[in-house]
Design a protein around this ligand. Structure first.
Ligand SMILES: [Zn+2]
Length: 455
């Protein structure tokens, strides 16, 4: 029984709040637990697929939700389930006729055929019109049980915090209600669910909770909102655990952790200032950067927004109107890396930006990896892709208020027969799929990159 909590941080769940969360605490008293190091980048897509396939983003061939389809400037593809070409743990178990329940795991939309049931994830366009279940008729059963099912909360980057809280409560209640229904009515050797509410509440409420956040105000009305959500969640987990017996292995895992967000870096504004990026015309107001705005023959590099920045070089013979000669590629990339890493906050103070070269992160690179994966302030700052802000540092996010970014330290907790309790070593997110297979006495494919938590 795998309970995935998107964005749950070990320092909160397994430490600071542990005494407030009796179901989790009870599991820690009989299981091994610790830090689960996420992949690079530590982001929902690709992290859950890395966990469930035990393959790195380079092997999977996607480096975030949006990826370049080819070397053209304008073709992006969205990494939904169709981008995942390697088997995930439910695919392997289905082939072995082991019954599975898969509920809400990111990158399961569109749903695939499994030996059991699947309910898709936050990438589902619309529950009214999208086929979000396998088999299709499961949808009627869900709607009879909970009414309109909530895959995700709409618009989590909102100023309407009361609405967001109400939606989170409703979504999580419906998901766990459905989880219990499936556990009761379906055979299962593996149950794997992911709750997204933990991630959404971090992004929506971090400023009210974290005293070090720039926008924190003492005694604000939402100070306890995150903890209250987690306590309600813990009660739902307690109820779920009643469907497990003494022989059931329980895993509580997250895909990455969380940290406060200090602000945003307008990566393309910076690239323009340094002469790497040239536009045909200077926008007078904040504008989304689109390929037709760029003067390509004079452009060396451009970047994308998001929790981290994907920076691409415009290389001669590789991109349609490439400028950087192949022979200069490494020199230009090193110079860019060095300059990005030296970029400070709005006062010039160092923030600890790291610009990774993909070959340092991945032993193989399928698809099109960025030339640099840039973690501004080691992810304490997000990347803003828009131009026309007239400034490098911004404190209002371009996609709505968002107070938190991801941290590489996720969590694991394994309570299973024969596992002794205590704090365990830091483990890798790729270790989860081999653990599940070993617990079910199934062979672990040689291509898997992790090793079982039991070993
Ligand atoms: Zn996530």
């Amino acid at each position: 029984m795998v309970i995935g909590l998107d964005c749950a941080a070990p320092w909160l769940v397994l430490d600071r709040w542990l005494d407030e969360l009796p179901a989790i605490r009870e599991l820690t008293q009989r299981g091994v637990h610790g830090v689960l190091r996420s992949c690079d980048p530590p982001i929902t897509v690709p992290a859950w697929s890395v966990m469930t396939s035990s393959r790195s983003p380079g092997s999977l061939g996607f480096y975030g939700f949006r990826n370049r389809k080819d070397r053209s400037y304008d073709r992006l593809s969205l990494a939904d389930s169709r981008a995942v070409r390697l088997p995930r743990v439910w695919d392997l178990l289905s082939l072995r006729d082991r019954p599975v329940i898969v509920l809400g795991v990111p990158q399961t939309y569109p749903v695939s055929r499994v030996n059991g049931v699947m309910v898709s994830c936050f990438l589902t366009p619309d529950v009214e019109t999208s086929d979000y279940t396998y088999p299709p008729e499961l949808r009627d059963e869900i709607e009879a049980l909970v009414g309109r099912y909530m895959i995700d909360v709409p618009d989590f980057r909102t100023d309407d915090k009361d609405r967001l809280l109400a939606d989170l409560e409703e979504m999580t209640a419906k998901r766990f209600r459905l989880a219990e229904q499936l556990l009761e009515t379906r055979p299962w050797d593996m149950f794997f669910m992911v709750e997204m509410g933990t991630d959404r509440i971090h992004h929506g409420f971090w400023r009210y909770f974290d005293r070090d956040h720039r926008l924190y105000e003492p005694d604000n009305p939402y100070e306890g909102a995150m903890l209250a959500y987690y306590r309600a969640l813990d009660a739902k987990i307690a109820s779920l655990l009643r469907h497990a017996d003494d022989e059931t292995a329980i895993l509580v895992v997250s895909d990455h952790g969380v940290q406060r967000m200090d602000g945003g870096i307008c990566v393309n504004e910076w690239l323009m200032r340094e002469g790497y990026l040239v536009l045909k015309e200077q926008p007078s107001e904040p504008t989304r950067l689109s390929p037709e705005m760029i003067d390509w023959p004079r452009t060396t590099a451009w970047g994308e927004g998001g929790y981290y920045s994907r920076v691409f070089l415009n290389v001669e013979g590789r991109e349609p109107e490439g400028l950087v000669p192949q022979a200069d590629y490494e020199r230009v990339r090193d110079e860019l890396k060095q300059q990005l890493e030296a970029l400070g906050d709005e006062n010039g103070a160092p923030i600890g930006t790291v610009a990774h070269k993909p070959e340092d992160l991945y032993s193989e690179q399928r698809g099109i990896a960025p030339d640099l994966l840039v973690y501004f302030g080691d992810l304490a700052w997000r990347s803003v892709g828009g131009v026309g802000t007239g400034t490098i540092h911004v404190f209002e996010n371009d996609t709505g208020p968002d107070d938190a970014n991801h941290a590489p330290e996720g969590m694991y907790l394994l309570a299973a027969p024969g596992v002794s309790a205590g704090t365990g070593a830091e483990r890798d997110i790729r270790d989860i799929a081999p653990t599940i297979l070993e617990l079910l006495d199934e062979p672990v494919p040689a291509e898997m990159e992790g090793r079982s938590l039991l070993s």
